[in-house]
Design a protein around this ligand. Structure first.
Ligand code: ZN
Length: 1002
C-alpha cells in the first residue's frame, strides 16, 4: 500500500515534465464509397464530425490528401524516394499514377474555401467561415473521387486486387504542440486523431474485403463462411451485382481496407486473460497457401503475448492480408495489416508478429511516427524479437541451431555498426525523414530495440514490464510523446535514466566496454570501463557456457569493482554475455577461464567476414594476377578488410611471379580517425607495390627484368556533411610518392661483338600530390570535379577534371560529359623533351604517363599488340594511342584541354554499349599537328564489361591527324589496332565499401 502511495507521488511530481494540459481532438468519420474496378476508381462522400477539445479557437483545419502523393513526380514522396535512389515511381507512366479530386468541402452545410498549404500537393487548408471554439463541434462534408494508382508504396491496386490505405481526406493532428501537417512519405509513417469510423463500401458481389473495424452485415458473414469451406476455384470475373459492406469501429485512428476476389480465409479465435475473445483472420492468395497455413494462429499468439507483456488488445478482430507492398515487408493499420512478399514461413512469422504488434505501438499508443519513429518501430521491434522467440520455442519443429540464433541476434548490430564505426550513425530520436536508409534500420529499429533489452535487463523484467504496462494503460488511445514515456519509466523505476534517454535515445554516444579481471583466491574481482563516451551501466555476467549464471552491474563512472565467488561450473566472465548491447567492439568483453589467453581470441579465416565477432580475425585469400612481364602471379592475400570495417585496415598481397621467378606484390595500410570537427574522417595511409615493367632478352637465352618499387604515404581528409542525407562528399588528399625504378643499359660484349642488356641500379624519384575533390552523388545528374596539383622540383601539373551525368527521361539511360583542363610547368626549362616527356599533359593517358604507378597496366612497356593498347581515363580521356610516333599527337608541355562525351543508346540490350566523342586542343596545336589543325577529335563505340571494370573502345571517326597516324603506322587490321581498353579495379564493390581503399584512387 505504502509503495503505491509513494509511486503516485513520484508520478505526480515527475509528470510535470510530460505534456502540459493534455487534450486530444475527437474526429469521427462516416464514409460511403463505391468501387469501379474496371477503371480502378473510388467515388465517395465523407462526413467528419470534428470536435475541438483544445483550449484554442481554430480558424482552419489542415487536411491530408495523401493519394496525391502519386499524382506526379513533384510530390514530397517522389522527391524523398528519388533521394533514396528509388526511381520506380519517378519513371512511372501517367496511367500508373493516381490522385484524389472532385472535392467540395462544406462545413455545417456552408461552402468553404480550400487552399494550398506550403505548396504541398497532398496537404490542404480548409478555411472555417466561423471560428471553431473550444468544446464546439462541426460537421465537415465532401465528395471525392480517388483514382487508384498501381502499388508503388502502400495505397494502390495490383490489377483487381485493392489495397486502400491512406486514401480518404483526413484532418492532420492538432495537439498540445500545434498542427502536424505532413506530406505522405514512404520512409516515415503516420500520426492521426482517434475517433469513430462508420464506413460503407460498395463493390461487385464476389469481392472479399478485409478491413479495420467490425463487419456489420449478416449475409456477408455467411458468404465468408461459405468461402472458408469452399476449396473450389473461384470465378474471377467481377459480378454485375454490387453489395454494400458496412464496417464500424470506435477508438481507432485510421481505416484501411483490402479487397480481392481470390482470398482464402483462415480463422482462429483467442481468449485473453481478461476474458475478451479476439477473432484472428488471415486473408491470403491461393498460390501462397503453403506459407500462410497456420498464419491465423501466429496472429492469435502475437495477440496473446503482446497482451500479457504490454496490455490487453481492446478490439474484437485482428487480421492480416497477403498483398503486394513495395514499402517494407509489411504495413500496419488498426486491426488489419498487409504483408508483402516473404520468402518462407519463418519470415512470414516474424513479419506477422511485427505488423500485428504495431496494433500496440502506434495503433493503440498513437504516437507521432513522423517525429519519433522509435516510439513505434523501435519499441515494437523490441517486443517483436521477444514474441517471435517465444513462438519459435512453441513450434519445436522450427527450432534453429545456436549459430543461427546468434547471427539473427547480431544481424541488427551488424547494420548499426556499419554506420556507427564510421561515425555516420544518427540520433534515434530524430525525424523519420532525416534518416539515411541504413540508419533507419540500424538506429530506429535495431538500436532502439537493443536499448530496450538493455533497460529491461538493468531494471529487471518485473519493474520493466510494470513500467511498460503503466505506459500502455495511461496512454492507450492517446498521443504520447517521448517525455510522457520517460516520466512513467523513471517514476516506476524510481531512478533517473539519463543514460537510456539522453545518451541512448538522444545522442550518438558509443559503447566499447572493456573488461578487467583479477583473481584473488577463489574470487574474481572485475572492473570495466567504456573506451567511448556512452555512460551506461555495464552488465558483468558469470557464464556457464552460453547461459548467464549471475549478473552484477558496474555503474558510471565505473570506479567500483564487482566480486564473484568462483566455482568450477563457471566457464567465463563476460560483459553482456547475451550480446544484446549495441556495442561497437565485442573483442574485449570476456575473460575465459582456463585458457592460455583468457581475454583474447583470434582466428585465421578464409575470405572475409560480414558480421560482428568476439574474435580478432585475420583473413587470407588466394592472390593472383597477371602482367606481361611477371606473367602469372600466385600468392596469398592477408588482410583484415571486413564489413563492418575496422579503424585500422590493411591488405597485403605478396605473390610469386612465374615470369620473373621472383617475389612481387602490393599492399595498403590505413588508419581512420573521426575527429568530430570540420572533418568527418581523416585516413592516414601507406600504400606500395613492386612489379616488373620491362624485360629484355637481347642476345641472351634468358629474360632479364626491370622492377619498380613504389612507397606512398598519404593523408585523406573528408569534410563533414551538413546532414547525412546530403549527397555531396568533399575530400582533400595529400600524397607523397617515392618511386624507385630499374632500367636497362646496353653493353657491347667484345668477344662476340653483340650488345647485351644489363639491369641498372635503382633510380629514385619523388613526387607530391595535392588534390581536392567535390563529389555530388545526387540521384539525377550527379557530378564531380577534382583539382589536382602534382609534381616535384623539376615540374608541376595543375589540372581540373570534371564529370557530369545527365539523366535522360528513361530509366538507366544517360548522357555523360567529362571535361579536362591542365597546365604544365617546367621548372628547369628543359630543352630535351625526353627528360619530362612522360609527365607532359596527354590527350591519351597510357602506361608511359603513369609515373606514380597508380593504375594496373597489363603490359606497361609494350608498344605493339592488343595488350599494349591499354589507356586510363585520366587527363585528356582520349582512347587512341599514338605513341608509336617519336612525338605522339596530343601531348603538351604547356596547356591542354579536352571534352569527352558519351551516351547510352536508346535500345534494350544485355550489354552496356555507348557511343563516345572526344575533342581536344592544346598549346601550339596548329603547329604541332602535321595537318595544321588546331584540334583533334575521335568518336566511336565503347563496350562496358563487368560493371565498368573493363571497357573496350573502338574509335571509328578520327580527325585528320589521328587518321594519318593510323594509316602510316598500321598496314593492316587498322580497326583492330586502334581499339583500346581500360581497366579500373577500384570499381570492385567490396573494395569500394572498404574506406581505406580511397587511398588507391588518388
Ligand atoms: Zn514496423
Amino acid at each position: 500500500m505504502k509503495q503505491i502511495i509513494l509511486l503516485i507521488l513520484i508520478i505526480a511530481s515527475i509528470n510535470v515534465n510530460a505534456q502540459k494540459k493534455y487534450f486530444q481532438q475527437e474526429v469521427d468519420f462516416k464514409i460511403d464509397v463505391i468501387l469501379d474496378d474496371e477503371n480502378h476508381i473510388l467515388r465517395g462522400k465523407e462526413t467528419i464530425y470534428y470536435k475541438n477539445n483544445s483550449n484554442d479557437t481554430l480558424r482552419f483545419i489542415l487536411f491530408h490528401l495523401w493519394a496525391n502523393a502519386y499524382k506526379d513526380d513533384k510530390s514530397t514522396y517522389t522527391e524523398h524516394e528519388v533521394e533514396n535512389r528509388d526511381t520506380k515511381f519517378y519513371y512511372s507512366k501517367e496511367e500508373q499514377r493516381g490522385f484524389i479530386d472532385s472535392l467540395e468541402f462544406k462545413v455545417d452545410n456552408e461552402n468553404v474555401n480550400i487552399s494550398n498549404f506550403n505548396n504541398l500537393e497532398d496537404v490542404i487548408l480548409v478555411e472555417l467561415n466561423h471560428p471553431l471554439f473550444p468544446n464546439q463541434q462541426i460537421e465537415i462534408n465532401t465528395p471525392f473521387r480517388l483514382v487508384i494508382p498501381e502499388v508503388f508504396s502502400r495505397l494502390g491496386h495490383n490489377d483487381q486486387d485493392y489495397q486502400i490505405s491512406q486514401w480518404y481526406p483526413k484532418p492532420a493532428v492538432y495537439d498540445t504542440k500545434g498542427w502536424h501537417p505532413m506530406p505522405y512519405l514512404d520512409q516515415g509513417e503516420f500520426y492521426s486523431e482517434f475517433g469513430h469510423f462508420d464506413v460503407n463500401i460498395s463493390l461487385p458481389k464476389n469481392y472479399i474485403v478485409a478491413a479495420t473495424g467490425v463487419l456489420e452485415n449478416d449475409n456477408e458473414k455467411q458468404f465468408l463462411t461459405q468461402i472458408k469451406n469452399d476449396t473450389n476455384s473461384r470465378n474471377l470475373v467481377s459480378a454485375k451485382e454490387y453489395k454494400t459492406l458496412h464496417f464500424a469501429q470506435d477508438k481507432v485512428h485510421d481505416f484501411a481496407w483490402f479487397a480481392s476476389k481470390e482470398y482464402c480465409i483462415e480463422e482462429t479465435a483467442v481468449t485473453l486473460n481478461n476474458g475478451h475473445t479476439v477473432q484472428c483472420t488471415s486473408y491470403y492468395k491461393p498460390k501462397n497457401k503453403k506459407k500462410y497455413e497456420g498464419s491465423s494462429k501466429i496472429i492469435a499468439q502475437t495477440i496473446t503475448y503482446y497482451s500479457s507483456l504490454v496490455g490487453n488488445y481492446p478490439y474484437d478482430y485482428a487480421s492480416i492480408v497477403d498483398g503486394k507492398l513495395l514499402a517494407g515487408g509489411g504495413m500496419e493499420y488498426p486491426m488489419v495489416t498487409v504483408i508483402g512478399n516473404v520468402n518462407d514461413k519463418a519470415e512470414l512469422q516474424t513479419v506477422i508478429v511485427h505488423e500485428v504488434g504495431h496494433n500496440w505501438f502506434q495503433g493503440i499508443l498513437g504516437s507521432n511516427e513522423r517525429d519519433h519513429a522509435w516510439m513505434d518501430e523501435g519499441m515494437n521491434s523490441f517486443y517483436e524479437k521477444k514474441v517471435d522467440k517465444i513462438i519459435d520455442n512453441l513450434n519445436a519443429e522450427k527450432k534453429e541451431g545456436n549459430i543461427q540464433k546468434l547471427t539473427k541476434e547480431l544481424n541488427g548490430n551488424f547494420i548499426y555498426q556499419i554506420s556507427a564505426k564510421q561515425e555516420e550513425d544518427q540520433i534515434i530520436n530524430s525525424p523519420a525523414a532525416s534518416f539515411t536508409s541504413i540508419n533507419y534500420g540500424g538506429s530506429v529499429y535495431y538500436k532502439t530495440a537493443a536499448l530496450f533489452a538493455y533497460l529491461e535487463s538493468y531494471l529487471g523484467t518485473e519493474i520493466f514490464n510494470k513500467a511498460m504496462q503503466q505506459y500502455y494503460e495511461t496512454w492507450k488511445h492517446k498521443h504520447p510523446y517521448p517525455e510522457d514515456f520517460k516520466s512513467i519509466m523513471e517514476a516506476v523505476a524510481r531512478k533517473k535514466l539519463d543514460w537510456f534517454f539522453e545518451d541512448g535515445l538522444n545522442s550518438t554516444k558509443k559503447m566499447d566496454y572493456k573488461i578487467k579481471v583479477k583473481k584473488k583466491d577463489n574470487q574474481y574481482v572485475i572492473s570495466a570501463t567504456n573506451k567511448k563516451d556512452f555512460k551506461g551501466p555495464i552488465p558483468i555476467n558469470a557464464m556457464i557456457k552460453d547461459s548467464i549464471a549471475e549478473t552484477q552491474w558496474i555503474e558510471y563512472p565505473y570506479q567500483n569493482t564487482v566480486t564473484f565467488t568462483d566455482n568450477d561450473t563457471i566457464t567465463a566472465y563476460k560483459i553482456d554475455g547475451k550480446k544484446m548491447l549495441p556495442e561497437l567492439n565485442i573483442t574485449n568483453n570476456f575473460y575465459e577461464k582456463n585458457k592460455l589467453f583468457p581475454r583474447f581470441k583470434c582466428k585465421l579465416q578464409l575470405g572475409t567476414e560480414f558480421s560482428v565477432s568476439e574474435k580478432n580475425k585475420l583473413f587470407i585469400l588466394p592472390a593472383y594476377g597477371y602482367n606481361y612481364y611477371d606473367k602469372a602471379m600466385l600468392g596469398i592475400a592477408i588482410h583484415n578488410l571486413k564489413i563492418p570495417n575496422n579503424a585500422f585496415q590493411f591488405a597485403l598481397a605478396p605473390t610469386y611471379s612465374f615470369g620473373s621467378k621472383s617475389l612481387v606484390g602490393t599492399g595498403v595500410i590505413g588508419y581512420s580517425f573521426f575527429p568530430k570537427n570540420i572533418f568527418q574522417k581523416i585516413i592516414i595511409g601507406l600504400q606500395g607495390n613492386s612489379y616488373h615493367h620491362k624485360r629484355s632478352n637481347l642476345n641472351t637465352s634468358k629474360y632479364i627484368f626491370a622492377r619498380h618499387i613504389k612507397i606512398s604515404p598519404s593523408v585523406l581528409l573528408e569534410f563533414k556533411k551538413p546532414t547525412l542525407r546530403n549527397p555531396i562528399t568533399k575530400t582533400f588528399l595529400l600524397q607523397y610518392f617515392n618511386i624507385s625504378n630499374q632500367n636497362f643499359n646496353y653493353t657491347l660484349n667484345p668477344i662476340d661483338s653483340l650488345y647485351r642488356s644489363n639491369v641498372d641500379q635503382y633510380e629514385t624519384a619523388h613526387y607530391a600530390l595535392l588534390e581536392y575533390k567535390h563529389n555530388n552523388e545526387r540521384t539525377f545528374n550527379p557530378f564531380d570535379y577534382v583539382i589536382k596539383a602534382e609534381g616535384n622540383h623539376s615540374f608541376a601539373k595543375l589540372t581540373l577534371t570534371t564529370h557530369l551525368k545527365i539523366n535522360y527521361n528513361v530509366k538507366n539511360k544517360a548522357f555523360y560529359v567529362r571535361a579536362f583542363a591542365g597546365k604544365f610547368f617546367d621548372f628547369k626549362n628543359n630543352t630535351n623533351p625526353f627528360v619530362l616527356r612522360n609527365q607532359y599533359l596527354n590527350t591519351t593517358f597510357t602506361a608511359n604517363n603513369d609515373y606514380a604507378y597508380n593504375d594496373v597496366y597489363v603490359a606497361r612497356d609494350e608498344q605493339k599488340g592488343i595488350l599494349s593498347n591499354q589507356v586510363s581515363m585520366r587527363e585528356g580521356g582520349f582512347k587512341i594511342k599514338t605513341n608509336l610516333l617519336s612525338s605522339p599527337i596530343g601531348v603538351s608541355n604547356n596547356w591542354l584541354t579536352t571534352v569527352n562525351m558519351r551516351t547510352d543508346l536508346p535500345i534494350k540490350s544485355m550489354v552496356k554499349l555507348q557511343l563516345f566523342l572526344d575533342i581536344g586542343t592544346y598549346a601550339d596545336a596548329g603547329i604541332l599537328n602535321p595537318s595544321g589543325s588546331k584540334a583533334i577529335y575521335e568518336g566511336g563505340a565503347e563496350l562496358h564489361l563487368f560493371k565498368d571494370i573493363l571497357i573496350i573502345y573502338a574509335p571509328f571517326i578520327l580527325s585528320k591527324d589521328l587518321k594519318d597516324y593510323v594509316k602510316s603506322t598500321y598496314s593492316k587490321n587498322r580497326t583492330l589496332q586502334t581499339m583500346s581498353f581500360s581497366l579500373d579495379l577500384n570499381r570492385i564493390n567490396f573494395l569500394q565499401s572498404q574506406k581505406v581503399m580511397n587511398l588507391f584512387t588518388p
